[in-house]
Write a protein that binds this ligand. Structure first.
Ligand SMILES: NC(=O)c1ccc[n+]([C@@H]2O[C@H](COP(=O)([O-])OP(=O)(O)OC[C@H]3O[C@@H](n4cnc5c(N)ncnc54)[C@H](O)[C@@H]3O)[C@@H](O)[C@H]2O)c1
Ligand SMILES: O=P(O)(O)OC[C@H](O)CO
Length: 339
């Protein structure tokens, strides 16, 4: 048996995806404790088998326990799953750092790039937890939480520089409805997950403006092209972008009405302001709204052209009207498809 075998798991963050992934792990036979910020959420999971706040109509397995005490959740864990938004991960993890079990695999579920540092989530985790990058894994793919919670057939990617840890985690979250594949390309998997949220905002805007399938396909394909350009300078494996964490997640998020990023973009496309769209989201996180800033800055720093990310940034943060912005995108200097 692998020295990194995963039996006991702490899932920190009882939002939509944290709760769903905790269910996947429990269904796969792991001993899972879910940490919730609010005692009422943990109490409802324990007493009624539902997360009243985030997944009110999904029955959770009896083996899944919840607590609002992080020390209790982390005690003896072989893997620690971090299921909080990307921009608060650093602060959350700093609080948990003294409680982390010494050999546990640290798993990020967050899809974003940190605003202040432009770091990927695995970099933030390794830095704050003060561990080698080989102890950090990422799970990312076309994983709309509601569909996974309903046990619809879904695949994902478990990425870790340490192949043994990736395989152990793959085993820990394999169920009849959830099929994880391993990958060692953390850079590609994480960049793909952060960039697709921004492209989904663009697709939502296009939908809000009344545009159809040609526009969506154009945005998805050119979005993938600019993600690939950034990946190339940051050392990603180009094949990752053709896989589940790349094209797979991009298509799922850009096309699904369940996507919070797409829905947020749609509101902007219909003429709502950023604050109106934020209010309508009721605290649900649309990671692309912040990651468009960090990704744009990262692209500028490396001299990479990311015109879609730039437009999404301008619409979200400079009050630019999405209609004319689309026209300006099409009016740019003509160029070969692959450049
Ligand atoms: N929901 C999905 O379908 C899905 C799927 C795959 C990946 N993800 C990614 O997983 C991450 C978490 O997403 P989610 O859907 O669970 O989000 P969510 O908004 O549903 O839940 C976030 C959780 O983090 C907790 N939290 C702790 N500190 C916080 C803080 N300072 N600010 C806000 N929340 C804080 C909240 O209480 C909540 O339990 C995101 O990066 C998201 O992109 C989500
Ligand atoms: O609801 P979104 O837009 O955050 O997307 C959720 C997942 O990342 C889809 O894989």
């Amino acid at each position: 048996m692998s020295e990194h075998a995963v039996h006991r798991v702490a899932v920190l963050g009882a939002g939509t995806w944290g709760t769903t992934f905790a269910k996947v792990l429990a269904d796969a036979g792991c001993d899972v404790t879910l940490w919730a910020r609010r005692a009422a959420v943990a109490d409802a999971v324990n007493a009624k088998r539902i997360n009243t706040e985030y997944l009110p109509d999904v029955e959770l397995p009896p083996s899944l326990r919840a607590t609002d005490d992080a020390a209790e959740a982390l005690h003896g864990a072989d893997a620690v799953v971090l299921a909080v938004p990307s921009q608060s991960l650093r602060e959350n993890l700093a609080g948990w750092q003294p409680l982390l079990p010494p050999a546990a695999t640290l798993v990020s579920l967050a899809k974003g790039v940190e605003l202040s540092t432009l770091k990927r989530m695995s970099e933030v985790v390794a830095e704050v937890a003060d561990v080698a990058m080989s102890r950090v894994a990422v799970v990312s793919g076309p994983n709309l939480a509601r569909e996974v919670a309903e046990e619809q057939p879904t695949a994902t990617v478990v990425a870790c520089g340490d192949h043994d840890r990736a395989v152990a985690l793959q085993h820990a979250c394999s169920t009849g409805y959830f099929r994880p594949y391993t990958n060692t390309d953390l850079v590609g998997v994480e960049l793909a997950g952060a960039c697709k949220n921004v492209i989904a905002l663009a697709c939502g805007m296009a939908s809000g403006l009344g545009y159809g399938s040609n526009t969506m396909s154009t945005l998805i394909t050119r979005g993938l092209a600019e993600t690939g350009r950034l990946g190339a300078v940051l050392g990603a494996d180009p094949m990752t972008f053709a896989g589940l964490a790349g094209l797979g997640d991009l298509v799922a998020t850009c096309a699904s009405p369940l996507s919070r990023n797409r829905t947020f973009g749609q509101r902007l496309g219909r003429g709502e302001s950023l604050s109106q769209a934020q209010e309508a989201a009721h605290g649900q996180v649309a990671e692309g709204v912040k990651s468009c800033s960090s990704l744009r800055e990262l692209a500028e720093r490396h001299g990479v052209e990311m015109p879609l990310t730039d437009v999404v940034y301008r619409v979200c943060h400079e009050g630019v009207d999405p209609g004319p912005a689309a026209g300006r995108l099409l009016g740019r200097e003509r160029k070969p498809e692959r450049s």
